[in-house]
Design a protein. Structure first.
Length: 665
């Protein structure tokens, strides 16, 4: 395992601290890291050196012909002894230090073998010149091989001593001896210095490469952690919606191309809001974690995939082939949660434990082969499970007449919603934390059935988007906002949720402009909240529509930041006036990890220059977190619940209780 101190040690070494003062671990690492390369260099070097060594036999024959047979024999014998020894060492995978020692010994022995056989020549004048070529051995020790500095010095010193000894034995003038000795001493000093610099540079290169490697490893690990974080639900530790949608496409592609059938199963915790309100958010979070663990245990046995789909809803993708298999798995899931025995005493259906409703759908060929279809069918099955009293399972049956008609109840209701006044708007205040003033209100759409029963936005908005009804509903909402609050100046700013479907629709910006002109309302009084999501494709139509809306003065907000797929990309591409952070991050801030994540998100948004709004402010603890992080705007039940337009006609009163918390000291 790599010593965790190494990055700091490497940094210290790069700051030019003396190498002698650094821990031996760096030298050891340097030797081990470069061992293979140095072994190869040593092998190439010794073979090339002996080839050159043997080629100088020609020079022996020309300059000292009387002793050439002896010197040439010595050259050959040295090669025949040293090279096999070296090859044995190399193939036994001995270390580079051992091979370098053999090479150093070979250089010295080769030099001595040539020198002391050549000293016997009668061609003294020729040899006196020839001796200058001995510096090649010294340069080989210092420059040709990659010896450690100490080994280079020892081998070149041995060669220098041999030369000085030869000068003493060789007859010649004092001038010659001084000249040759000075030359060799200069060569020794120069090559030794260059070798010292080369070793220092090699070590520096090694340190920099190690630093780069550590930085790369750290970056990869950080990237993997961020990637995992971006695909993990912070509360339960299972996959989040982004990861689920990616996995759903993988399952879908395998089915399309390989015929590997699968099912989508939606799991919703029954009466979870009542549980959360009665036992508190911490117990609610604990309950969700227990449910997630139980579902994971089940689905792991079936080689499936699960994630949190939002709120108290989970989704499971599992390989299945028949309706019977899907039914069996769905019931196994329901029973796994029921067996947890988590108490829920506020229920009114006679059950005192936490249970789940399960809706499932098996993938099947359809004329409109889209991946979203199986989720839609599972959602319809879940709706049926809830309508059947909860704590039960339902599997989508394509042969059921209620499911075969594309114009299902909600879709049919949406077609007459505006005409029959089944749709309405309520408004929730948005408070500026510094002043305590109501800075804006958000328009929220509500839909009721003919008997007055409310339909959740999470149920009818997807249907409206799927059927295209969202286009008319969206324009109706903008027109109603103008009539209710903006024409007479009851509030200064109203935010309206805008679907990606609307942004893609031709002429949406022109329709908005016509509504504003019709009512004499400035575009600056409107803000459109765009939610991250799979549908938010960054194509030119969407970007052009957003640019046209901003030219009208309409403010563009990014809604539910952190829960979708395109948040960072959209922050880079679009200059949002406000970024609304999803409530889940605030609700997770009671843990140190959750608060750190929220702080990082706020910092990221603020560094991009956007105003920060956080939703889901419901408790005094949430207010304290908002104060601590200096968040610009807040929204939630602690600020005000959604109310009708009449309660905003006139200035919306400041809540003195909230004002006391939010107003700066």
């Amino acid at each position: 395992m790599i010593d965790q101190r190494l990055p700091a040690l490497i940094e210290a070494a790069l700051l030019k601290k003396p190498r002698a003062t650094l821990p031996k671990v760096l030298d050891g690492l340097y030797q081990s890291e470069s061992d293979d390369a140095r072994r190869r260099i040593a092998r190439h070097g010794i073979w090339l050196s002996f080839i050159m060594y043997l080629l100088f036999s020609v020079t022996d024959a020309v300059l000292i012909p009387d002793v050439a047979p002896y010197s040439i024999t010595a050259r050959v014998l040295v090669g025949l002894i040293i090279l096999p020894v070296f090859e044995v060492q190399y193939h036994r995978h001995q270390s580079s230090s051992a091979l370098d020692l053999t090479c150093a010994v070979a250089l010295v022995v080769a030099y001595l073998a040539w020198l002391f056989t050549s000293l016997q020549t009668q061609y003294v004048e020729n040899f006196s010149y020839y001796m200058f070529y001995g510096c090649i051995f010294m340069m080989g020790a210092n420059l040709f091989f990659s010896f450690k500095f100490s080994l280079s010095v020892m081998s070149s010193t041995a060669i220098l001593i041999s030369v000085l000894t030869a000068l003493y034995l060789l007859p010649g003038s004092t001038t010659y001896r001084v000249t040759l000795a000075t030359f060799y001493l200069s060569c020794f000093a120069f090559t030794t210095y260059v070798n010292w610099k080369l070793n220092k540079e090699r070590f520096s290169v090694f340190l920099n490469s190690m630093k780069a490697r550590f930085q790369q490893t750290e970056a990869v690990q950080r990237g993997e952690a961020l990637l995992k974080l971006s695909r993990t639900d912070a509360l339960t530790g299972v996959a989040n919606r982004r990861a689920v949608d990616e996995k759903l496409r993988d399952f879908w592609d395998d089915w399309q191309m390989l015929g590997m059938s699968f099912s989508a199963i939606l799991v919703d915790v029954d009466f979870f809001k009542k549980f959360n309100d009665f036992y508190g958010h911490q117990e609610g979070d604990h309950c969700l974690r227990l449910v997630a663990d139980a579902l994971s245990d089940v689905i792991n046995k079936h080689h499936g995939f699960m994630g949190r789909y939002g709120g108290e809803e989970f989704i499971i993708l599992a390989p299945t082939n028949t309706q019977e298999e899907v039914t069996s798995l769905a019931e196994e899931i329901r029973l796994a949660v029921e067996r947890l025995g988590v108490k829920h005493e506020l229920r009114r259906d006679g059950i005192t434990d936490v249970t789940v409703s399960v809706g499932a759908a098996l993938v099947r060929p359809r004329s409109d082969n889209k991946v979203e279809r199986i989720i839609h069918e599972a959602d319809r099955a879940l709706y049926n499970a809830k309508a059947s009293g909860r704590n039960c399972t339902r599997v989508f049956d394509p042969n059921d007449p209620a499911n075969s008609d594309e114009t299902e109840n909600i879709a049919a209701l949406l077609r007459v919603a505006t005409r029959d006044r089944l749709v309405s708007l309520v408004y929730q205040p948005i408070q500026h934390t510094a002043s305590g003033e109501t800075e804006a209100v958000e328009a929220l759409m509500r839909l009721r059935m003919l008997d007055g029963t409310l339909i959740l936005p999470s149920q009818f908005i997807p249907v409206a988007e799927r059927t295209g009804a969202i286009l008319d509903l969206g324009l109706w909402a903008i027109r109603t906002v103008c009539q209710d609050l903006l024409v007479d100046g009851h509030v200064s700013l109203v935010s309206v949720n805008v679907s990606p479907i609307q942004l893609k629709a031709p002429g949406f910006a022109a329709s908005v402009a016509a509504i504003l002109d019709e009512h004499g309302v400035s575009g600056s009084k409107l803000a459109f909240e765009i939610t991250e999501g799979l549908d938010m494709e960054m194509h030119s139509d969407v970007l052009r529509c957003i640019a046209d809306l901003k030219r009208l003065g309409v403010r563009i907000w990014l809604d539910d930041f952190g829960t979708g797929f395109a948040g960072l990309s959209w922050l880079r591409l679009i200059d949002f006036d406000t970024v609304k952070i999803d409530r889940s991050f605030l609700h997770d801030s009671h843990t140190s990890r959750g608060k750190a994540m929220l702080r990082d998100i706020v910092g990221l948004v603020r560094n991009r220059g956007h105003s920060v709004l956080i939703e889901g402010v419901e408790t005094d603890e949430h207010v304290a977190v908002v104060q601590e992080l200096a968040i610009d705007k807040v929204q939630g039940f602690h600020v005000g619940r959604p109310v009708s337009a009449k309660q905003f006609q006139g200035r919306f009163p400041i809540d003195p209780h909230l004002h006391r918390y939010l107003r700066p000291a």
